[in-house]
Design a protein around this ligand. Structure first.
Ligand code: HEM
Length: 410
């Protein structure tokens, strides 16, 4: 496993660091719920199966279209990272969990969730005004809000037109004679939102930034959509979006792959050494925690030429730079604990790219692009301010009433 040398990057030892990692893992690993409830991993593969994705897709598309309409009708610029966070939160709440919250309830829950996320990586020191205490408080409020939403969902099953991830979780518990308690449901719900939120918001923001920086890529994407009858006269044709259709769009696939190579949201992950081994002359003892770096792997893998250049064609049929080796490209991690939601994440990003190409013209509202910060997930250091304009079915800009009045008076 030559690639493993790249993957295994930094060794960590020491009580403090390990206990901190344990705290983060204990609190937030979705699959912890498996050990409490003995639900098989199969349940999670059901949640993210091809069939499930097919039912989520129209909902994902609706959430994205609504959001783009709001962005386009905004008279000024919008702050993309913050809005992308709201968008992925909304996707998790409405699509994955099927909660029917009002916009007001959703916004409130989002604010509390943000407070929780901001304090996730705080030291576990429980003092008044500490980040840890704020995080715990936000978590409690969140869990109360989630409990209310779950209760309503359990009582209100009428008029439901599709099965969401939470339904699968509840049903599978029953099937295995292991009905999930309310506490388990709340934990699973929170962890699902947490896993989907920051990573997908980061990648969505990077997508918009790269499409702005590379208009030729956006144009090539539009050509591919047009060629496949998806971008027909500028609008996404009703019923045209299916998971298989999206999977067959090769250039779109290259764009998303390249995005996740160069702007991989998560920089790495932790593993515990189960058996002492040697690497490059160093002995790594059993029981140590090791950190593998996704970002360094992507930066140093010899298969990628001009690593700093955003070049989707590197994954095209002529070059296929990723074809050699299993561990050069791992935006979703590697091994048995890799990302469970990767198909959903890719589907979401591809749908966003399709809708952006179809529904919007967008331009940077500042003179320069903000710098990129790599932690805790890749995100703009300042604000990424962008002005969005809606496009009609002929790909002409939609003129708002105010614009029309102003235009008439000039
Ligand atoms: C672009 C978006 C995403 C990226 C880049 C990403 C990346 C990752 C990575 C690198 C890991 C493994 C960390 C490790 O090695 O320990 C991971 C784990 C995980 N991800 Fe994602 N993720 C994304 C979106 C999602 C979404 C939308 C979901 C669905 C809710 C999700 C659910 C999970 C879960 C449940 C795990 C834990 C798997 C386990 O421990 O067995 N992710 N993700």
């Amino acid at each position: 496993m030559a690639g493993a040398r790249k993957v295994l990057h930094l060794l960590t030892a020491g009580k403090f660091f390990n206990s901190y990692i344990a705290y983060v893992s204990y609190e937030f690993r979705l699959t912890n719920i498996l050990s409490y409830s003995a639900l098989p991993l199969l349940v999670f593969s059901k949640i993210f199966s091809h069939e499930a994705l097919e039912t989520y897709l129209p909902k994902i598309q609706l959430v994205i279209q609504d959001t783009l309409r709001v962005w386009s009708s905004h008279p000024g610029s919008i702050s993309v990272y913050c809005e992308a966070q709201k968008l992925t939160f909304r996707m998790a709440i409405r699509v994955l969990l099927g909660f029917r919250l009002s916009d007001e309830e959703l916004n409130h829950l989002f604010q509390v969730f943000q407070q929780f996320v901001e304090n996730v990586f705080s030291l576990p020191v429980d003092l008044p005004f500490s980040g840890y205490r704020r995080g715990i408080r936000a978590r409690e409020t969140l869990l109360k809000g989630l409990e209310k939403a779950i209760q309503e969902k359990l009582q209100n099953t009428q008029g439901k037109d599709y099965t969401d991830a939470l339904d699968v979780l509840i049903e599978s518990g029953k099937e295995h004679g292991n009905e999930l308690t309310m506490q388990e449901l709340k934990d699973a719900t929170l962890e699902l939102i947490f896993a989907a939120y920051a990573t997908t918001a980061s990648a969505s923001t990077s997508l918009i930034m790269q499409l702005l920086k590379h208009p030729a890529v956006l144009e090539k994407l539009r050509e591919e959509l047009r060629g496949n009858g998806i971008l027909h006269n500028g609008c996404v044709c009703e019923g045209a979006l299916r998971v298989d259709t999206i999977s067959s769009l090769h250039y779109l696939d290259c764009v998303i792959k390249e995005l996740l190579r160069l702007f991989t949201p998560i920089s790495g992950g932790y593993r515990t050494v189960l058996q002492t081994f040697e690497l490059d002359g160093f002995q790594i003892p059993k029981g140590w925690s090791v950190l593998y770096s996704i970002r360094d792997t992507h930066d140093t893998a010899p298969v990628f030429k001009n690593v700093d250049v955003f070049d989707p064609d590197r994954f095209g049929q002529d070059r296929t730079e990723d074809k050699d080796g299993r561990f050069h490209y791992l935006p979703f991690g590697g091994g048995v604990r890799n990302c469970l939601g990767k198909q959903l994440a890719k589907l979401f990003l591809k749908t966003l790219a399709i809708e952006l190409a179809s529904m919007s013209r967008f331009e940077l509202a500042t003179r320069t692009f903000p710098k990129i910060m790599p932690v805790p997930v890749v995100h703009p250091a300042g604000e990424l301010k962008v002005r969005f304009y809606g496009l009609d079915s002929n790909q002409n800009e939609i003129v708002t009433e105010t614009d029309a009045i102003l235009g008439a008076t000039v």
